[in-house]
Design a binder for this molecule. Structure first.
Ligand SMILES: [Zn+2]
Length: 206
């Protein structure tokens, strides 16, 4: 298996972090001790994390360290909805191209932008915490991360295509898409988007 690329600088000069309880791994190849990169013992013990809705989560400590830019990151795909940083939702119907961009990188100041046919219609408009939570709830409940990579035909579409890209704070992301076809739970997943933006374009049918 190749080395994990750093999500911050793309370097391959990355190492597994050995925490105290994995001390014996220190001697293993590709491991770096937590103290050597400034993570002290209390960092491991005092780690608590909550989801956007207050649910207590199992913590996931960063497991990789980049020697190039000195950032730590989590390379496993065990991210939570609260970790979502940016969402891109693209829907192309006929001649019209809609792109919704949600920037949740600042938990207390969520924002969104809209482009229609590549022209910015809204730019960095504040979204209420309530509306942000509705969207995150949808990600938590309907789990687009578990959808297939692609629905429908590969290259062609007759009526529409959609693309959903979700990027987590640590640079890990996933992309889902469909041509004239949607996942089974699409109508539930898309509900908050319909409520917030009152747009018919979200009503896609397979
Ligand atoms: Zn790096």
């Amino acid at each position: 298996m190749g080395k994990a690329n750093c999500p911050f600088c793309n370097s391959q000069n990355t190492f597994n972090i050995a925490y105290g309880y994995l001390g014996e791994k220190k001697k293993k190849k590709n491991y770096i001790d937590q103290e050597d990169i400034g993570l002290n013992e209390s960092y491991r013990k005092g780690f608590e994390k909550y989801d956007f809705d207050g649910e207590k989560l199992i913590s996931h400590l960063p497991n990789r360290y980049c020697k190039n830019c000195k950032n730590t990151f989590q390379s496993r795909k065990v991210m939570y909805t609260v970790d979502i940083s940016v969402i891109n939702l693209i829907i192309n119907i006929g001649e019209s191209y809609y792109r919704y961009i949600f920037d949740f990188s600042d938990m207390n100041d969520p924002k969104y932008s809209i482009k229609i046919n590549w022209i910015p219609i809204k730019e960095n408009v504040s979204l209420s915490i309530k509306d942000r939570n509705k969207i995150l709830y949808s990600f938590k409940e309907y789990k687009p991360n578990l959808w297939h990579g692609h629905y429908g035909k590969s290259y062609d579409y007759d009526n529409y295509y959609w693309i959903l890209k979700c990027t987590y704070y640590n640079g890990i992301d996933y992309v889902k898409s469909g041509n004239d076809k949607i996942p089974d739970n699409w109508m539930n997943f898309i509900k908050p988007f319909k409520e917030i933006f009152r747009e018919k374009i979200f009503d896609l049918k397979s």
